[in-house]
Design a protein around this ligand. Structure first.
Ligand code: CDP
Ligand code: MG
Length: 893
């Protein structure tokens, strides 16, 4: 079973078959074959020898306007001044021969689906077609959403280059940054960015076309956008301001979009781009499952490189750490010929980045007339440098004597003779690719490798469909993918490495056949492949949805249950989300007087509150948004913003618990772990500050890093991820702007270096965190309650029956406070709480009344945090938490 079998059946359709294929037997008017009225006759003549466009008589562009005014399709042709080389390269792309078909479909229909193999040119070419057809004339914007930031940046750069336009015109916007100007005509953005824009302008009047790219990935935001846009398109049509929606997918499985009456009353036309895929021979391993698939990848790459003809190699692994480890091994086994070691290059790049940042900061500082307040340096103390510092170069893995081992390799019949002298003189140009990698480094994979070397890219599944790497002939697929799994109700998440789906495996194999026939080496047997699920389930069915529900409520979509989701989330997940939002005060709680029957009918349709609207304005999860909304007191905002930013960016600290390949590495890892643990204790401080726990560590780490000039060296020495630190700073800036927008009186100014919080501020911060993470409250199991040994040092949470523990990396690991709130529970060998903060028992009834039972009903208004006094107004004494934990009575305020 090869990856191509299924595709070749598609490709075997006669050339003159209608390219617009109607899914769904019930053919509406949309099903009619498109009239042959080309939109334009430009420089788009397809490459000789490719499929000619359907016979067509040139017609004026505005020949068939669907609506009386203004014309449904733009009448102008906007010339693009491409370089001849670029034009030649474009003409090789399969999508070029479909330009007319696509543009006609867009002119005729409000919604069009374009399917085509990865690399066929959808992302880079379709925006250009639309631009040339005038869809961005009169200052409109052509918007394209990508589920991944990497793709939004890389694609905007590529399209600008192809069109010979500056990034002022072809721009991108991701959560933290962008280069959009008033001249922007083509805008690549992440799907979350467009969702935010819909909140500000529901009709998206700046756009004439919106393209939802990579729809097959079924990311949550993509799904929601498609649902929303289905409505926006009809609203715009009613106003005679037509909006075009294009949905682009790398697979042909689009039934969730086409056969979903609630989503699109009339199934939109599906245009299939014939791929010019070369055959890929798929080689299965005889044995599976392999424990050490990373080692197996190494051996396979060595063998391919030494034995097989020229052509790039692409290796699919599951995570960043694996990618780095394999790269090190490969670079050691095949040192670059003359170039500097890549590791050093990487480091120099980071230094350069820092230099640039310092320079821009110096400028900004100069611009500020006023001197900054005096800062207490003692608090963010830093260990003397050097101690425990490892030379990066020394971290290279020891090469095992496995190269050219006797492992059986199934290299296919066009492979070199096994007996041939291995050619080890050719250097291997090893690059890595994963989504958290800096964009400049990601861009390297698109450049041709140095003369006389073979390209080898070690990637996670970002290389599966988002990015097409040129010149790949060999794919090595470990068959695994790392995915985050959530328990739908409790929100407990775990990362699991699991088998990919058949669709993903075939996508990966397809990467080998872009430019010539290729080979895919699967490190698993065909029997195992047969057991893979066909397609991965859409993300929305796999994760909590409270953030989405809050965004939707802010858009005044009250009955979320009726929303046209391409695939709806489970009712359990919707109820859990709505309950959390009610507890946070973002949605109106049912009145006590409401009857049970009414309650049920109002379930999943609670309206948003003023607090909820404020929360929705912050681009972070609702629990964190609640913290921000509460922080305008006692000067807590800058600290809360920093804590929330660091929690949102996640994984501020490097993963040092990874298994070591050798004794030597193990010793190094141990040394680094000890140093990081020591730093964490320093940052957490003592007394009141220690009680803020891991969140104090985040605050201290960010602060210390900013004081140290935020260098990659500082991060490296202290186990911080440089990229996460930079993102935290950007998000702090963005949250500061958002706070100022919601509350101009706050007039916050983002100073990267801030003074540490005072002792009382730390206590307020703990209360703020408690109010936000209230549903993540846990209580230590008392000695008299110990059921058996597995409950030693364990905590009990309301939602889980099993014991949970404070993660060993937490500064509260040994402190064991009676009550804690946690950022998340991650399941590894046990259930571990991460991001832990100690809570005082007497706060619970006042800060978390919705989780408490009171001995007398609460009077109206419900207890609330008073922003002016910073005190909690509570009227009644309380006795019990939801699970029956005894709590102290609370005084009437
Ligand atoms: O979106 P789709 O997967 O259909 O294709 P695409 O991303 O538009 O890529 C079309 C072609 O452009 C591929 O052959 C890529 O290798 C090439 N490309 C490139 O050479 N450099 C880039 N930065 C981006 C794409
Ligand atoms: Mg694409």
């Amino acid at each position: 079973p090869s990856a191509e079998e299924s595709e070749s059946s598609e490709a075997s359709e006669p050339d003159d078959a209608p390219a617009v294929e109607q899914t769904g037997a019930g053919a509406g008017p949309a099903a009619a074959h498109l009239p042959p009225a080309p939109l334009q006759a430009g420089d788009q003549s397809p490459e000789p020898g490719t499929q000619p466009p359907p016979a067509a008589t040139p017609a004026p562009p505005a020949a068939a306007p669907a609506l009386p005014r203004p014309p449904a399709k733009p009448a102008v042709f906007v010339p693009v001044n491409r370089s001849p080389e670029m034009q030649e390269e474009r003409l090789k792309l399969p999508i070029l021969s479909e330009e007319q078909v696509i543009m006609e479909a867009v002119a005729e229909h409000p919604i069009v689906i374009v399917c085509g193999e990865t690399g066929s040119g959808k992302t880079t070419q379709v925006p250009q077609f639309l631009y040339e057809a005038g869809y961005s004339s009169d200052s409109s914007i052509i918007g394209i959403t990508e589920p991944r930031r990497v793709a939004a940046i890389a694609m905007s750069q590529r399209v600008a280059k192809e069109m010979n336009l500056s990034q002022r015109v072809v721009s991108y916007q991701i959560r933290y940054e962008g280069n959009v100007t008033e001249d922007t005509r083509i805008k690549f953005m992440t799907d979350g960015v467009l969702l935010k824009e819909i909140q500000k302008d529901f009709l998206l009047l700046r756009y004439k076309v919106v393209i939802i790219d990579e729809a097959h990935e079924r990311s949550v935001y993509t799904d929601i956008l498609i649902g929303l846009l289905s409505r926006i398109v009809s609203l715009r049509a009613k106003r005679h301001l037509p909006l075009k929606l294009l949905i682009m997918s790398a697979t042909l499985r689009v039934e969730d979009f086409t056969q979903n009456q609630r989503l699109f009353a009339q199934p939109p036309p599906v245009i299939k781009v014939e791929s010019r895929q070369f055959p890929v021979t798929v080689h299965f391993n005889k044995r599976t499952p392999l424990e050490d698939y990373s080692g197996e990848c190494f051996r396979k790459v060595c063998k391919i490189h030494r034995m097989l003809p020229a052509g790039g190699i692409l290796v699919f692994l599951t995570g960043q750490a694996e990618v780095h480890a394999l790269c090190r091994r490969l670079r050691k086994a095949f040192p670059p010929a003359r170039a500097r070691p890549q590791e050093r290059q990487d480091q120099e790049d980071s230094v350069e980045e820092t230099r640039k940042y310092k320079k821009s900061r110096a400028r900004a500082k100069k611009a500020r007339a006023e001197a900054l307040p005096q800062i207490n340096l003692d608090h963010y103390s830093v260990l003397p440098a050097g101690e425990g510092d490892e030379d990066r170069e020394a971290e290279m893995d020891d090469e095992e004597g496995a190269v050219g081992s006797d492992l059986e390799l199934d290299l296919g019949d066009d492979g070199a003779d096994e007996g041939e002298q291995p050619d080890t003189s050719l250097p291997l140009h090893v690059l890595l690719l994963y989504s958290l990698l800096a964009p400049e480094k990601q861009a390297q994979v698109f450049k041709p490798p140095p003369e006389g070397t073979r390209l080898c890219v070690v990637a996670t599944n970002v290389a599966e469909t988002s990015l097409t790497i040129p010149g790949i002939k060999y794919v090595v697929d470990c068959g695994k993918v790392k995915k985050r799994y959530y328990d739908r109700v409790t929100g407990v998440s775990s990362f699991r490495v699991t088998w990919v789906s058949q669709a993903s495996a075939d996508q990966r194999a397809g990467r080998a056949g872009r430019t010539e026939p290729g080979h895919c080496y699967r490190l698993y047997s065909s029997a195992v492949f047969g057991d893979f699920e066909q397609f991965p389930p859409p993300e929305i069915t796999r994760r909590p949805v409270e953030d989405l529900i809050l965004q939707m409520k802010a858009l005044n979509i009250e009955k979320v249950i009726n929303f046209p989701f391409p695939t709806p989330p489970s009712v359990d997940a919707l109820i859990a989300a709505e309950e959390l939002l009610i507890a946070l005060g973002a949605l109106q709680a049912p009145q006590k007087t409401e009857r049970v029957k009414q309650l049920q009918s109002s379930r999943l349709s609670r309206p948003i509150t003023a607090l909820g609207r404020t929360m929705a304005a912050f681009p972070v999860a609702p629990r964190y948004a609640k913290m921000l909304a509460l922080s305008r007191q006692h000067g807590c905002l800058p600290f809360a913003i920093t804590i929330v930013a660091a929690m949102t960016v996640r994984e501020l600290f490097e993963e040092l618990d990874r298994p070591a390949a050798s004794e030597e590495e193990l010793a190094r890892l141990k040394g680094r772990r000890a140093r990081v643990a020591q730093m964490k204790r320093t940052w957490a401080g003592q007394g009141a500050s220690l009680k803020l726990g891991d969140l104090m560590v985040l605050l201290g780490a960010v602060g210390a890093c900013e004081y140290a000039g935020c260098t990659p060296q500082f991060c490296e020495a202290n186990g911080l991820r440089y990229k996460a630190i930079l993102e935290t700073r950007r998000l702090r800036g963005q949250l500061t702007t958002a706070v100022n927008a919601v509350c101009p009186e706050a007039s916050l100014f983002m100073d990267p270096k801030m003074q540490p919080p005072t002792e009382s501020q730390v206590t307020y911060l703990r209360q703020i965190v408690t109010a936000g993470l209230g549903d993540h409250l846990a209580r230590r199991v008392q000695s008299e309650e110990l059921l058996d040994a597995k409950w030693r040092n364990a905590y009990k949470t309301p939602l889980l029956d099993d014991p949970v523990f404070i993660h060993p990396s937490s500064v509260l690991f040994k402190e064991l406070p009676e009550f804690v709130v946690y950022q998340e529970i991650v399941e590894t060998t046990k259930m571990y709480m991460k991001g832990v903060c100690a809570v005082e028992m007497q706060w619970i009834p006042t800060l978390l009344p919705s989780y408490c039972q009171f001995d007398k009903p609460l009077e109206e208004p419900a207890p609330a945090y008073c922003a002016e006094t910073g005190r909690v107004l509570c009227h009644r004494a309380s006795t019990f938490y939801r699970v029956g934990w005894p709590l102290p009575a609370v005084q009437v305020d």
